[in-house]
Design a protein around this ligand. Structure first.
Ligand code: CDP
Length: 233
């Protein structure tokens, strides 16, 4: 069965495995995957490199104008580029993680990212993950998923990911960073992280990736099977 050309929005807390899940959906069902968090991470790296964010997270208002000259895009596949430069590794560092949530709380930054996400998704058949995809960016997405998992499970996943990338993280620091980001993301004024009423919750603390794929396949089949039912009678 080829699934219909729909938009799938996946939201949830940090390190719930949204991007792994979204990537798998894209591969399995032939969708375009867009990682909105990577865009916020890209803006954060840019602000750091331009000296527009201080160590205490004070953001220089000059960032707003500077964004006009920032070219962030995904190369074929899901690798983020700043102009000609592949910034995929840098945007996943703890240095960027530690300042991304204050940056993502700024309304003009959200506007910058939303505009690009809409342009990238124009062709349809997209799976996108983030914090506000089902509530703000694509409120009409046909399938909305809200992912959760226990905090220790999430911190362990992020810790393992950083280790596999050659970093030497401290577990408590990783856990603290997740909790801080969750707090800022849920309490900011513009597009806070919250569960869309029409979303399906997926708690994957104890689930394998194979089980997650089976779950979403059932969800999509169920939804479109039901919609098609009257025509089949
Ligand atoms: O991978 P992880 O779940 O840790 O985070 P991410 O998806 O890479 O997103 C990094 C940060 O960007 C989040 O902590 C949010 O502050 C912000 N973000 C957001 O505000 N809205 C989105 N749609 C996606 C990310």
């Amino acid at each position: 069965m080829r699934f219909p050309d729909i938009t799938i929005a996946i939201d949830g807390y940090s390190s719930t495995g949204k991007s792994t899940f979204a990537r798998l959906i894209a591969e399995h069902f032939d969708f375009l995957y867009l990682d909105s968090g990577a865009m916020y991470r890209g803006v954060t790296l840019f602000a750091q490199e331009q000296g527009l964010i201080a160590p205490d997270n004070t953001i220089d208002p000059a960032l707003e104008k500077a964004l006009a000259g920032l070219d962030l895009h995904f190369a074929p596949g899901t690798v983020l580029y700043m102009g000609e430069r592949n910034i995929e590794k840098q945007i996943r560092s703890m240095e960027v993680s530690s300042q991304v949530s204050p940056i993502a709380a700024v309304p003009y930054v959200r506007h910058y990212v939303d505009e690009r996400l809409h342009a990238f998704a124009a062709a349809g058949r997209v799976v996108m993950d983030g914090r506000d995809i089902g509530t703000t960016v694509f409120p009409d997405a046909e399938i909305k998923i809200f992912m959760t998992a226990r905090p220790e499970v999430r911190a362990q996943r992020r810790f393992d990911e950083l280790v596999s990338k050659g970093e030497s993280p401290v577990f408590e620091e990783v856990l603290r960073n997740l909790q801080e980001r969750d707090y800022i993301d849920s309490h900011r004024e513009t597009s806070p992280l919250r569960r869309a009423e029409d979303s399906f919750e997926l708690n994957n603390s104890e689930m394998s990736l194979t089980e997650e794929i089976a779950w979403v396949e059932g969800l999509i089949r169920g939804k479109f099977g039901l919609l098609n039912a009257p025509e089949e009678v």
